[in-house]
Design a binder for this molecule. Structure first.
Ligand SMILES: [Zn+2]
Length: 483
C-alpha cells in the first residue's frame, strides 16, 4: 500500500477488510487473552501482610510476553519497569512518513492511545471457580480466569488491532500508541501514575485522545441501544471517623462509655444521610429523551424518574443515582480487644465517592453537618483519587459513535454520556492534556451480565471480545485515517 493515507474522518476504504480480519482472528484473540490470563499478575496492594514471597503484581513477565508478540511482527514495543518486576508496556504504530519508534519521538497529532492494565485483583476462594483462575481456559465461547475481563481483555483486543494493522501494512495518518500498565488495581503508583510524571515516557503516551476501561455498557431503551460513553470518574476518599469512649469492665457498663455504642449513633446518622442531588452532568440532559422522560432532569424531578426507571431499566437508574450524588458508605469497623472489656475507642471507616466539583473540603463540610454536634467524634478525610473528566462535547465522541455503528452494523446504537463510579488510570492521563474516554464496548447482547469482575468466576464472551476489537479497529482508522 503506497498511496497517501486519507484524511481522518472519512471512512477509510480498507476498513471493511480490516473488520473482516478481526472476525477471522477470533480464535487468535481468545488464545492471546488466555495466554495473558496465565500470568498471575496479582496485585495485593501496598503493605499486604504475608505476601513478601510473591512479588506484588509481577507484571513484567506478562508485559514482556506482549512486547515479544508485537516485536515478532514488527510492531515497536518496550517494557519499562517502575520498580523490579513492575513492568509497563508501551507500543506504537507510527503514522506513515513519520520516523518509526524507537527512537523516542513524542506522539504527534493526530494520535490515539489504547489503554489497558495488566495487574489483577486477588482470588478469594479458587475452589469456587469452575476452572483454576489462572489456567486461561477457553470453553463454551468464553475465556475464563482472573483478568479475562478486567482488564486483560482490553490489552488482548488492543494488541490484536495493532498486529492486524501491521500485517496489512496499513499506512496510518497518525500515531497509534498502546499502553498496558502495572499497578492499576492498587493506585497506579508503579504504573500510569509513574509514567505520567516520567520525563521521557510521558510524551510517549500523551496522545490527543485515549480509550480506556470503565464505560461501554449497553442499555436498551425505547429509542434503540445506548452505550455509556464515560467522560470522567467520580473521586474517591477514605474517611476515618474516630469515636472516643471510656474503657471499663463489661460487667459494669455504667462506669464506662462504650465507644461501640457511640459508633452506633454515627452509623445511624450515616444511614440517614441525604446528599444534595446534582443534575449538572450531561447524562441528565441526554438520557431522558431516550426513555421518554422530561427533557432535562432536575434535582426535583430526578427521584421520580429514578423510581420510574427502576423496574425495566435498573442499570440506567443506578447510573443516574451514582452521577447525581456524593456517597458516604461505612465499610469497616475497628473496636475492642476482648469480649469482656468495654472499648474506649472505635473507628468507623467509610468509602466516599465524589462528583467532579466536590473535593475533600466539601466532604468534611458534609460530615461536620452530620456529626458536628458529637464532641467525642474526630474525622479524618484522605483523598485517594480526585474526580476528573474530559469534555463530553469533543469530536472524538462522534468518531466513536460512527466506529461503533460500523463495528456492530447497527444504526440504532447511540452513545450517551456516563460517569464512572470507580476510578481508573485515566485520571493520570487527563492532567497531561489527553482527552480520555472510558469506553470499551462489548457486543450489543452482552447487556448487564454478571462477569465475575473482582469476584468469582471472571469470564468474557469471545463474541464480545471480537465486537470490541472491531470497534477499536474502526475508531483507530476513523480518527487517524488509514490507507
Ligand atoms: Zn480494571
Amino acid at each position: 500500500m503506497d498511496q497517501a493515507a486519507p484524511a481522518a474522518g472519512a471512512v477509510p476504504p480498507g476498513l471493511d477488510r480490516l473488520l473482516d480480519d478481526v472476525d477471522a482472528a477470533q480464535q487468535e484473540l481468545a488464545e492471546l487473552l488466555a495466554a495473558l490470563v496465565r500470568f498471575p499478575t496479582v496485585n495485593f496492594g501496598a503493605g499486604h501482610p504475608g505476601r513478601d514471597a510473591v512479588p506484588n503484581g509481577n507484571e513484567t513477565p506478562c508485559a514482556s510476553y506482549l512486547r515479544d508478540r508485537l516485536l515478532a511482527e514488527g510492531v515497536p514495543a518496550a517494557v519499562h519497569e517502575s520498580a523490579p518486576s513492575r513492568g509497563n508496556l508501551i507500543a506504537r504504530l507510527s503514522a506513515a512518513g513519520r520516523p518509526q519508534w524507537p527512537p523516542d519521538r513524542p506522539l504527534s497529532s493526530p494520535s490515539l492511545l489504547f489503554m489497558a492494565h495488566l495487574d489483577v485483583v486477588p482470588v478469594e476462594d479458587p475452589e469456587r471457580w469452575p476452572y483454576p483462575p489462572f489456567e486461561g481456559r477457553i470453553a463454551n465461547g468464553l475465556v475464563h480466569g482472573r483478568g479475562s475481563h478486567d482488564a486483560k481483555s482490553l490489552a488482548a483486543c488492543e494488541a490484536l488491532v495493532l498486529l492486524l494493522l501491521r500485517r496489512r501494512g496499513v499506512r496510518l495518518g497518525g500515531d497509534l500508541a498502546f499502553l498496558a500498565t502495572a499497578d492499576e488495581e492498587s493506585g497506579g503508583r508503579f504504573g500510569a501514575g509513574w509514567l505520567a510524571t516520567h520525563p521521557a515516557l510521558a510524551p510517549q503516551v500523551r496522545a490527543d485522545v485515549a480509550l480506556n476501561e470503565g464505560g461501554g455498557g449497553a442499555v436498551r431503551s425505547p429509542a434503540g441501544l445506548s452505550y455509556g460513553f464515560a467522560t470522567g470518574e467520580k473521586g474517591r476518599l477514605e474517611v476515618h471517623i474516630r469515636v472516643a469512649g471510656k474503657s471499663g469492665h463489661a460487667s459494669g457498663p455504667w462506669r464506662a462509655e462504650n465507644a461501640l455504642e457511640r459508633a452506633g449513633i454515627v452509623l445511624e446518622r450515616l444511614r440517614s444521610y441525604r446528599p444534595l442531588l446534582d443534575t449538572s452532568h450531561p447524562l441528565f440532559a441526554t438520557l431522558p429523551e431516550r426513555f421518554g422522560l422530561p427533557a432535562r432532569l432536575t434535582p426535583e424531578t430526578l427521584p421520580g424518574a429514578i423510581e420510574w426507571l427502576q423496574g425495566d431499566h435498573e442499570a440506567v437508574a443506578d447510573a443516574m443515582r451514582a452521577a447525581s450524588r456524593l456517597t458516604l458508605v461505612p465499610t469497616m469497623l475497628h473496636a475492642g480487644i476482648k469480649s469482656n472489656s468495654i472499648p474506649a475507642a472505635c473507628t468507623v471507616i467509610c468509602d466516599s465517592r465524589t462528583l467532579p466539583h466536590q473535593d475533600a473540603a466539601y466532604v468534611r463540610g458534609e460530615l461536620a453537618g452530620l456529626l458536628g454536634d458529637l464532641p467525642w467524634v474526630e474525622v479524618e478525610v484522605e483523598t485517594t483519587a480526585v474526580s476528573n473528566a474530559s469534555p463530553y462535547d469533543h469530536p472524538f465522541r462522534e468518531t466513536c459513535q460512527r466506529a461503533l455503528r460500523l463495528a456492530t452494523g447497527r444504526d440504532d446504537v447511540n452513545l450517551v454520556p456516563a460517569l464512572c463510579a470507580g476510578f481508573t488510570d485515566s485520571r493520570f492521563l487527563r492532567p497531561l492534556g489527553v482527552a480520555v474516554y472510558d469506553f470499551m464496548p462489548l457486543h450489543p447482547t452482552a447487556e448487564a451480565r454478571d462477569t465475575g469482575v473482582h469476584g468469582t468466576n471472571e469470564r468474557i464472551e469471545i463474541e464480545g471480545l471480537v465486537a470490541r476489537a472491531r470497534f477499536l479497529m474502526a475508531a483507530a482508522c476513523l480518527h487517524l485515517g488509514a490507507g
